[in-house]
Structure formats: structure tokens, C-alpha cells
Design a protein around this ligand. Sequence first.
Ligand SMILES: C[S@@+](CC[C@H](N)C(=O)[O-])C[C@H]1O[C@@H](n2cnc3c(N)ncnc32)[C@H](O)[C@@H]1O
Length: 248
Amino acid sequence: MSLASQYRKQFAWRDWDRALSACPIFPGQHVLDLGCGPGDLSRELSLRGAKVSGIDSNPDLLEIAQTSCSKECTFFNQNLSSVQMNPNSFDGLWCSFTAAYFTGFERIFSNWLGFLKKDAWVCVVDMDDLLGHEPLPPKIQEQIHQFYQHSLQSQNYDFKVGSKLQSILENAGFYTNSITLEDQELSFTGPASEEVLQAWSSRLDRMNGLKAFLKRDFLLFKNEFLECLSHKDHRSRCRVICCVGRKS
Ligand SMILES: C[S@@+](CC[C@H](N)C(=O)[O-])C[C@H]1O[C@@H](n2cnc3c(N)ncnc32)[C@H](O)[C@@H]1O
């Protein structure tokens, strides 16, 4: 299954209505969607009346975004570390499941603020502790802990960024409303359905950093992890955080 199809499937498992309804979106607003991927959220923002500028660096996903969104959405192939847009021109900033790609998200986020109007809103959604699930054997828990540290130190991914969003937005001068979203794939209790298990299997296979870190232990890790998700007493510690910031 293509990456875009996997993202599409995941879309249905997220509580997007709750996240979007926490944002002060009004018809005619111009909203930036940073890390837009296949444009699922650009489309939702435009359905609420916004004109959307989506930015991503994956040309395949951008092509899908362009064909599946209305003409109110325009897409740009840019690196989010060096976005080039007109200053002071957007009423809102949306960034979902992308902050974790930046181990210094606070600095990246403050660079983006120059594109916003003075009283613009922001909404950043990301995970805290993606691989935090129970019951896992102590050895696997330790591997996860070591992998999180390694990912942060090698500036690859911040698995704890969700827990930092509120203070990052507040340090940038926003009043915040931080919500924990329900999520049928990332944050659920009890054994996973076949469909969710398949999605996790594909997700683990896409995690090249984890494979390189674990080397020959990867297959054992994957089996133990999927077993944990299917366990009758399975419990997720992963949280999906949606942090909305406003200037007043
Ligand atoms: C997990 S997807 C999230 C897609 C969409 N926002 C969503 O919530 O479904 C993360 C996206 O961020 C993009 N991305 C990550 N790092 C990037 C960078 N440095 N510059 C541009 N895009 C980047 C990836 O290409 C990918 O489409």
C-alpha cells in the first residue's frame, strides 16, 4: 500500500473534528498547512471556508494533495526549515504530525511565526510517546527508551514533542488550549483490531531509523510489539496532543 493510502487510512482513526472545532477558523481566512502530506487536513480546512497554502517536501504526496483538494488550496514544494512565504499574510497556522520531525521544534516554529498576521491562531497536533504501550517486556521498554534518546541526539525525530507543544506555544506569546485527542490507532485500550494491527505492522516497517538502531533485533522487537497491541490487557500510554494558540 502506498504511503498516501496509509495516511488516508489513518485519517479515519484520528479525532480531527475535535481538533478542527477547537480552532477559530472563519470563511475567507488564509491558513498555512505545514507538512500537509496528501492534503487531508488542507481539504478539511478549506471545507470550513479557509483558503489554504499547503507546504511539504514530498512531491508524490503534493501531487495527490493538488488533485484531491479544491482550488481554494495551493501547494508548494518547500523545506519546512526554510519556508518562503509572504510575511504577515496568514490568519492561521495548522501543523499536524510534523513537529516531531524537528528535534529543535521551538526554533522552527518561531521562524514560521513571521508569516502570520498579528492576531493569527495556530494549531499544532503531535504525539507524545508513540511506542509507549503495555504490557511490553522490560528489554523492549529499554530498547524504546534508548531509541528515543538516540533519535533526539541524532536530530532525527522527537518522540516526546507532544508534551512540549504547550510550553513552546506559550513561550511564543500564545494563550493555549491543549486537548488530548482520542485516537483509534495510537491511543486505545484493549486488543487492536486486525486493521489497526496491519497499520502498525506497516508503520514499524517504515521506521528505517528504528531498523538501523535495532539491526538484527528488529524482527523480534516487531513481533513483541504487535503481540503487545493484540494483548487482552493492552493499554496505550501514547497521547495525541492538539495545542491551539491564540493571541487574545
Ligand atoms: C506524518 S505526515 C503528516 C501529514 C498531515 N499533516 C497529516 O496530519 O496527516 C508528515 C509530513 O511532513 C513532511 N515533512 C517532514 N519533514 C519535512 C521537511 N523538513 N520539509 C517539508 N516537509 C516535511 C513529510 O513529507 C510528511 O508529508
